[in-house]
Design a protein. Structure first.
Length: 347
């Protein structure tokens, strides 16, 4: 299968590509959040903005069977600070990909939506099902809901099949500082650096934390399933407090640090848990990674990364340490070459 992954150099993409080694994969990413080292040696790579005409050309020339659309602005606070940019990145970027998909024969699109489309849900409705009315309380949630509606209308108007996944709060190795599950990576980084974790609010807000590898497995199943035109939650169905995440990571670190608190952030929901029975019914998917085991993988990854970054830092006089090389990327309008891999992809 020929698969395009937008945002494939990012956090979730880096988990997904490892499951698709037997397929022909092309990654489209502008590297604003993604990293070159997340791209497998055997994947094609095009560096460009998902909103650009070049992105449409990639779809035109790639003859893809399916597109996994992960590229997005994923931070709730950022969406509240700059709704226009959130709209451009999420809605405009998605429509650009949809237009290319319908014009150039793509059979299926897998879309990464979010628990943020539900907004604040009454406790008696948790874990929330896909049939729950959508009432987003952030521009991020609104933009994801709008993208969902575009995708459904593209299917009705043009026959483009889809699977929409509403991700719970994703965490795991290689996660950035932002995004909805980013609190885990933020805590892990803070503790790896010997700092106290900072909670926004009182810490009793709940999230449904789902390991990135389980999300990637759900996407893989959707790519190869005959089932189409469905919207599914990918989640554990279990509420976990933010304080529990901080406490567990603190114990893993072995540090004796107080937990710091700051004011709650605008647009953040208070409680969240999603029911994933539909994904089980139609795709045979279920979460497999235990919460504690996922936290261990995540924390020790960031601890190792912090040690690596410290060891790679040049001394105060600015002279690099012996034996250390600086990775460089050479780019032009149509390709990107990673000097370590000698890649040069034109599509």
């Amino acid at each position: 299968m020929r698969i395009l992954i937008t945002g494939g150099a990012g956090f979730i993409g880096s988990h997904l590509t490892g499951l698709l080694s037997s397929e022909t994969v092309t990654i489209l990413d502008d590297l604003s959040a993604g990293r070159l080292e997340n791209i497998p040696d055997d994947a094609n790579f095009v560096c460009c903005d998902v909103k650009s005409p070049l992105a449409r050309d990639v779809v035109k020339n790639g003859h893809f069977d399916a597109i996994v659309h992960l590229a997005a602005q994923t931070m709730v606070p950022a969406s509240m600070e700059d709704p226009k940019k959130d709209m451009e990145d999420n809605i405009e970027g998605t429509v650009n990909i949809l237009e290319a998909a319908r014009k150039y024969g793509v059979k299926r699109i897998i879309f990464s939506s979010s628990a943020a489309v539900y907004g604040d849900i009454a406790p008696e409705c948790l874990p929330v099902r896909e049939t729950e009315p959508l009432r987003p309380v952030s521009f991020y949630g609104l933009s994801k809901m709008t993208c969902e509606n575009y995708i459904r209308l593209y299917q009705k108007a043009y026959g483009l099949s889809y699977v929409i996944f509403r991700f719970a709060n994703v965490y795991g190795e290689r996660q950035g500082n932002g995004g909805e599950g980013g609190v885990v990576s933020v805590f892990a980084r803070q503790l790896a650096e010997g700092k106290s974790p900072t909670i926004y609010g009182n810490g009793q807000q709940t999230r449904d934390f789902i390991y990135a590898g389980d999300i990637a497995n759900g996407i893989r199943k959707a790519l190869f399933s005959e089932t189409a035109n469905i919207t599914c939650n990918l989640s554990t169905g279990r509420e976990v407090t933010v304080k529990d995440a901080a406490d567990r990571l603190l114990r893993l670190s072995g540090l004796s640090k107080p937990i710091c608190h700051a004011a709650a952030r605008e647009g953040d929901i208070f409680r969240s848990a999603l029911c994933s029975q539909m994904a089980g019914k139609y795709l045979g998917w279920a979460p497999e990674t235990d919460w504690q085991k996922g936290l261990e993988r995540t924390y020790f990854y960031f601890e190792k990364e912090y040690r690596r970054e410290r060891n790679a830092m040049p001394p105060a006089n600015g002279i690099p340490a012996a034996g250390l090389e600086t990775d460089k990327a050479v780019t032009d309008n149509n390709n990107i070459t990673d000097n370590r891999r000698k890649k040069n992809t034109n599509i």
